[in-house]
Design a protein around this ligand. Structure first.
Ligand SMILES: C[S@@+](CC[C@H](N)C(=O)[O-])C[C@H]1O[C@@H](n2cnc3c(N)ncnc32)[C@H](O)[C@@H]1O
Length: 304
């Protein structure tokens, strides 16, 4: 789903503005600045970015497992695509060591503003999304990492093609995601609440742009020139003290896209119904919703 109503960034962030010095060594093609602010970050805000920074420990934990599976060698060049507020990119930079080069890239200037506080020698950040990958030099990365990002990408084939192009031959791609072909308790609560309030469930309207399952992803990877070498399942848990807190986290985690496709009035009614259902699921020790995350490693399999 494409954003309908772009929000202008407060401080005029843009590709040029956020370009880190060392990113030049990746030969970013600065032919044009990104057009407006209508892409994946259109619903984001400084408040949501700060909330994500505070509440994303579960995502970070899964991210470190993904990074371990990637077996990043010291001195590697790594792109953390959809790096959010940069916590995982910073951990990757520690693994890549003093000779490594890590670039964190995210379409949200609000998230990159937080990430930039972590920038140091060998670790830089830039505003940009999967749509902007064609600006990066071909064969410039050993590893590309997407931790809880791929399901947010609208044009997944374009993204995989572009990632294939910027990876060196034999380079690795790591993706973590929740398999939406197996709905969690949370998915069911959202669906039921939306159906109750709206009477229908518009496709692709909720947590991610379109469903993502392991089998179609593997097929897409194969067609894009990747060989899948590892798939692991890990249980992850969303924890919150209250329904309000959990809802706030989903909005933060989705960069504001959660329920963004319905009118403000309808959204408030659906959120209220979700809150009621979550309150019913509360145990007295807050709310815990477990889900299964898939960690996948693929290798660029051909020479081109
Ligand atoms: C759940 S957060 C994950 C952030 C980070 N990878 C982490 O591990 O904490 C999803 C991120 O994907 C980013 N995103 C959304 N659409 C994107 C796109 N087309 N290309 C790159 N990143 C995107 C969002 O801005 C957001 O920061």
């Amino acid at each position: 789903m494409r954003a309908q109503s772009p929000v202008a960034p407060k401080d005029g962030f843009g590709w040029r503005h956020a370009l880190p010095a060392f990113a030049l060594s990746f030969s970013l093609l600065l032919l044009a600045a990104p057009s407006g602010f209508s892409g994946p970050a259109a619903f984001d805000s400084s408040r949501l970015a700060k909330l994500y920074e505070r509440m994303s420990a579960p995502q970070y934990e899964i991210g470190t497992k993904l990074v371990a599976l990637l077996e990043i060698s010291p001195g590697s060049s790594v792109l953390d695509l959809g790096c959010g507020t940069g916590q995982l990119a910073s951990a990757i930079a520690r693994v890549a060591g003093p000779r490594g080069k890590v670039l964190g890239m995210d379409p949200s200037p609000y998230r990159i503003a937080i990430a930039e506080r972590r920038a140091r020698k060998g670790l830089s950040f830039v505003v940009g999304g999967s749509e902007d990958l064609p600006r990066l030099a071909p064969r410039s990365f050993d590893v590309v990492c997407l931790n809880y990002v791929f399901h947010w990408i609208d044009d997944r084939r374009q993204a995989l093609g572009a990632i294939h192009r910027i990876l060196k031959p034999g380079g690795k791609l790591g993706i973590s995601f929740e398999d939406t072909s197996r709905p969690t308790e949370l998915d069911k609560i959202i669906e039921q609440s939306a159906k109750e309030v709206l009477g229908t469930l518009p496709p692709g309207l909720f947590l991610e742009t379109a469903p993502l399952g392991l089998t179609p992803l593997k097929e897409m990877l194969r067609k894009s020139g990747f060989r899948v070498v590892v798939v692991k399942k890990r249980e992850s848990e969303d924890q919150a003290k209250s329904p309000e807190e959990l809802l706030a986290f989903w909005r933060a985690s989705s960069a504001g896209r959660f329920l963004s496709g319905v009118s403000e009035r309808a959204r408030r009614r659906v959120l209220h119904r979700i809150e009621q259902r979550l309150a019913e699921a509360e145990t007295g020790q807050g709310i815990r919703i477990t889900s299964e995350t898939l960690l996948l490693i693929a290798v660029r399999s051909d020479e081109d």
